[in-house]
Design a protein around this ligand. Structure first.
Ligand code: ZN
Length: 81
């Protein structure tokens, strides 16, 4: 596993999503995301960490918490789609 020297906004959100969904590591989350028809997703707005399940390729899902079209799936955040 590579060391992330500077955590990007995406990486930070991805770690947060992992944490909130109860996964020990990113690999576990991505494993689930890759096999299920829905994927854990998180709002990208600063200060809003609303998580929901979305389509795996979603990158502008509606956030019920802040009202923005800002919810992005874990697979998109990880750069796998
Ligand atoms: Zn939000």
């Amino acid at each position: 596993m590579s060391t992330i020297v500077v955590l990007s906004h995406k990486a930070t959100k991805l770690m947060k999503l992992c944490d909130l969904e109860g996964f020990d590591c990113l690999d576990d989350l991505l494993q689930v995301a890759a096999t299920e028809s829905v994927c854990p997703a998180i709002c990208m707005t600063e200060g809003c960490d609303c998580t929901v399940e979305m389509e795996p390729d979603q990158d502008h899902g509606f956030c019920e918490a802040c009202g923005g079209n800002t919810v992005t799936s874990a697979l998109v955040l990880a750069g796998l789609i």
